[in-house]
Design a binder for this molecule. Structure first.
Ligand code: NAP
Length: 315
């Protein structure tokens, strides 16, 4: 797929985002030559949407790739995220990210999680404690006027927390970045966000490649002469979500840029994979019974995540 044929989504502020981006979470925190090489390769292959985060610790390596690529800044859609420990100071945190990335602005600044982290006491703040995500969001709204970010959005927000946010927001988030793949399709969240013109961005969109042996996805892949990843990513874009697969392998990166046509029947099959016994789950472990009913200091109820016993999500 050439650069111009990567589909784009229009955001609620009129700006456009390439539907396919390169994810930069490498599994471990830190700058590395591998990150720079991955982003450089991605830019050479035609990716123009880059997803990183302050928490990934690799903004310097991403910035280095952007500089070395010679791709004009105006062609890029660069995303980074506000970490939980910086909820009380997004302006300062964004400036640090810009300095590390060595750019004047990002295209999108996301609140990485709704929870604030109190680093001085090594604990997550409760939802009612200051800085609440509403207070943080109001500070993020001010960042758009500074020109240091073109758009703002959220990540890991449920319908419950979006409802609270939207009641208090002057700016509607352009996107909500959440875990999405056929084992965690979050259909209700997708329809809620669509009805409010909030684009959902799918993280872990190839399910960390855990679908490689899934018979349902394999059957479609074989029938379409495509890879499992292509089936999953095409489903993601077809249902109206942006996708940010991570890959350090050029063949995978190329494959992930090449969407295939899926008809309504294929879409329905993939929409229903999570109804198969034991198939409704997270691949990241965030929505998981292993965490004892909470994630990063908040209960599933506070996060607005609907869980059944055993970590299997309500269908
Ligand atoms: N907002 C958040 O809280 C949050 C949380 C998690 C992730 N994210 C973002 O989402 C991005 C993607 O999520 P993710 O890294 O968790 O999962 P992912 O993109 O679903 O999966 C990445 C894994 O799949 C493999 N892979 C990718 N394309 C493949 C292909 N075509 N064929 C075979 N294997 C393939 C990669 O291996 P190879 O490198 O070997 O190809 C890697 O091991 C992250 O990098 C990050 O930017 C955001």
């Amino acid at each position: 797929m050439s650069i111009c044929s990567v589909p784009q989504f229009k955001l609620n502020n009129g700006k456009k985002v390439p539907a396919i981006g390169i994810g930069c979470w490498m599994g471990t925190v830190g700058d590395s030559h591998q990150v720079t090489e991955m982003v450089l390769n991605a830019l050479r292959l035609g990716y123009r949407h880059i997803d990183t985060a302050s928490n990934y610790g690799n903004e310097r390596s991403v910035g280095q790739a952007i500089r070395e690529s010679n791709v004009p800044r105006s062609e890029l859609f660069l995303v980074t995220k506000l970490s939980s420990e910086d909820h009380g100071r997004p302006e300062e945190a964004l400036q640090h990210s810009l300095d590390r990335l060595s750019v004047d602005y990002v295209d999108l600044y996301l609140m990485h999680w709704p929870q604030a982290f109190d680093a001085a006491h090594d604990r997550y703040c409760s939802p009612e404690e200051s800085p609440t995500f509403i207070e943080t969001w109001k500070m993020m709204e001010g960042l758009v006027e500074t020109g240091k970010t073109r758009s703002i959005g959220v990540s890991n927000f449920s319908i419950k927390n979006l409802e609270i946010l939207l009641k208090n927001a002057r700016i509607v988030p352009v996107t909500n970045q959440v875990e999405l793949h056929p084992c965690l399709p979050q259909h209700e969240l997708l329809s809620y966000c669509s009805s409010r013109d909030i684009l959902l961005t799918a993280y872990s969109p190839v399910g960390k490649h855990k679908f490689a042996t899934n018979p349902t996805v394999l059957e479609i892949a074989q029938r379409k002469d495509a890879s499992v990843a292509q089936v999953l990513l095409s489903w993601g874009v077809n249902r109206g979500t942006a996708i940010i697969p991570k890959s350090t392998h050029e063949t995978h990166m190329n494959e992930n840029l090449t969407l295939i046509a899926l008809d309504n029947n294929d879409m329905q099959i993939l929409d229903n994979v999570h109804h198969q016994p034991g198939m409704h789950h997270s691949v990241c472990g965030f929505h998981s019974s292993d965490l004892g009913g909470s994630c990063f200091g908040w209960t599933y109820d506070q996060l607005g995540w609907d869980m059944l016993e055993g970590g299997i999500m309500r269908s």
